[in-house]
Write a protein that binds this ligand. Sequence first.
Ligand code: GLV
Ligand code: MG
Length: 308
Amino acid sequence: MSTRNRARRSCLAVPGSSQKFIDKARTLPADQVFLDLEDACAPLAKPGARKTIVAALNEGGWGERIRVVRVNDWTTEWTYRDVTEVVEGAGANLDAIMLPKVQTAEQVVALDLLLTQIEKTMGYEVGRIGIEAQIENALGLTNVNAIATASPRVETIIFGPADFMASINMKSLVVGEQPPGYDVGDAYHHILMSILMAARAHDKQAIDGPYLQIKDVDGFRRVAGRSAALGFDGKWVLHPGQIDAANETYSPRQEDYDHAENILDAYEWYTSEAGGKRGAAMIGDEMIDEASRKMALVISGKGRAAGM
Ligand code: GLV
Ligand code: MG
């Protein structure tokens, strides 16, 4: 089944070269796990990590977690072997491939074509394996709309803040925090909004990237809170200590979820024959109408996906 609409509040990064972290990941309450062949995996460790990942996916034990593998980007010599080895070996037990440092729509099309070839060769269902596209540089952000629509396989657009900061020469080494000297707003607002607009325009999920100060859970909550407030669906987590914070931050608050369900119930009643076929009505002191129903659907949808 496609994982397009499943909750991705917490997306756990796991080095594909570490059996210990892979075993631990199976026990953690993350919505998604991605086994990494890219930056968390040293060049000499990549061939071995491909084998470790194939075995880990085929062994199972992942429960409801969305299973993703991050391959290396197309400017390296590793991408095609990453994809062929992992998908031929474990494509039936894999939900999506994450493609980092995407710069153009063509790079997504290339991955789509390669996946289709492997699916046909292996007798898998064609088109089931999704693509998660990481936006990590200026060119990728410029092309984000074309990237989002490059293939029906694209399920998420992900912000990669560390590479992005390097790509634009941002004068800071602390990922996700405001660069020193910039005191006129949020330096990430334009980037986050551009990714979110492309995602929402084309019915994809928008995912925020990592927060590297893994001991600082309050800092994680603060930075996650910004993208969650805008409408992002989830965030990477690098450490078990960040998972609960992500699951909470990207779920609606219980009172908002309850209120959304009330609005939906009330709307159904007052627009019905018995309720007077009205276009608007009051809940307490608040007037609600069709637009209120749409907002309530968003909160209720996120809550239901999160099992509320
Ligand atoms: C993640 O890949 C990042 O570069 O932030
Ligand atoms: Mg990166």
